[in-house]
Design a binder for this molecule. Structure first.
Ligand code: SER
Length: 320
């Protein structure tokens, strides 16, 4: 039976990914982990290990106890938080990844690790960014993603580690908010629209970024991980996208549901980060190598976000 470790499981992607993994592999097969200690009750509902990925010894202990087949390594600082604490960002994102790759090497574990559009930089072609392009990231987060991609390829080619990766765009979801990213506005705006009828955006209205709805992201991750290893030609990280829209296009779509909704613009330091990233990504390699195809465009995302956020879903209580 496949045993799985998810690091950073309480984050935006982790919260949704563990639900999908437990559906597929069984509740007790998926072990969550994160830096925080859980309250005693929550602790009993599923298997959770306190783990700081920078602590190689602790990671090794957990790996030896459970004998994992796959690690979904999601623990990371995002772009805006990374700029507030670049040292910590490097430490968690790069040294944490290297620790995971080390245990993957010694225990023959398959790994998923998310890279990001942030691996690109101001000299990267902004429109239809090719799979192989100049990557000169200007943020510490982006530098850790570009470095991480090379580490993944190194461990794959030098040591035969089956590590697979996606350059994720901004992810929109309703169950857990993102924390500390530049694309967070695309989630915050829905909550603000429903609560206050207005939102103050930290980016300019014409800022256009690649985005994806969480169900597409989860499907992309699982499809990549289940693909035939011979189909995985890219061992750095695959370009992947679903839709690209500007902030004002998102506002217009939201106004179809809440006509009185208004958005003000007060760009801050995150504008420079967004300006250094691509607007539209070419993900043809992911499509041809392992059959990637997104399902949700902007109107489908907005419709589903409002459907889900208006009527909060019951929290899922997992029992074994
Ligand atoms: N969503 C991330 C961020 O905004 C980009 O990978 O930092």
């Amino acid at each position: 039976m496949t045993k799985i470790l998810v690091t950073g499981s309480k984050g935006q992607i982790g919260s949704d990914l563990i639900v999908a993994l437990r559906d597929r592999y069984g509740v007790m097969q998926v072990i969550e982990s994160g830096r925080q200690k859980l309250p005693p009750l929550e602790d009993k509902l599923f298997l959770y290990e306190t783990l700081d990925v920078r602590d190689l010894k602790r990671l090794q202990q957990i790996v030896e106890r459970y004998r994992f087949d796959i690690i979904y390594h999601l623990a990371s600082l995002l772009s805006a938080t990374g700029e507030q604490n670049p040292h910590l960002c490097w430490d968690i994102n790069v040294n944490g990844l290297k620790n995971v790759l080390e245990v993957a090497k010694s225990h023959r574990i398959k790994v998923f690790w998310p890279s990001s559009i942030a691996a690109f930089g101001p000299h990267t072609p902004k429109i239809d960014t090719p799979q192989i392009a100049i990557a000169d990231p200007s943020t510490m987060y982006g530098i850790t993603k570009a470095t991480g991609e090379l580490l993944c390829r190194y461990y794959a080619t030098r040591f035969g580690v089956d590590v697979r990766s996606l350059r994720l765009p901004g992810i929109i979801s309703y169950s857990t908010p993102p924390g500390g990213g530049t694309t967070d506005f695309a989630v915050e705006i829905f909550h603000a629209a429903l609560k206050n009828g207005t939102y103050t955006c930290f980016l300019r209205p014409d800022t256009r970024l690649p985005m994806m709805y969480m169900p597409d992201a989860i499907r992309a991750i699982l499809t990549l991980m289940e693909a035939d290893p011979n189909a995985i030609a890219i061992r750095t990280s695959y370009n992947i996208t679903a839709v690209s829209f500007s902030v004002e296009e998102l506002v217009t779509e939201i106004q179809k549901y809440i006509p009185e909704f208004t958005c003000r613009y007060e760009p801050d330091f995150r504008q420079a980060i967004a300006d250094s990233w691509p607007s539209i990504i070419d993900d043809s390699k992911a499509r041809s190598d392992w059959g990637w195809k997104p399902a949700c465009d902007l109107s489908a995302i907005v419709a589903d976000m409002f459907a889900k956020l208006k009527k909060p879903e019951k929290p899922v209580i997992l029992t074994s």
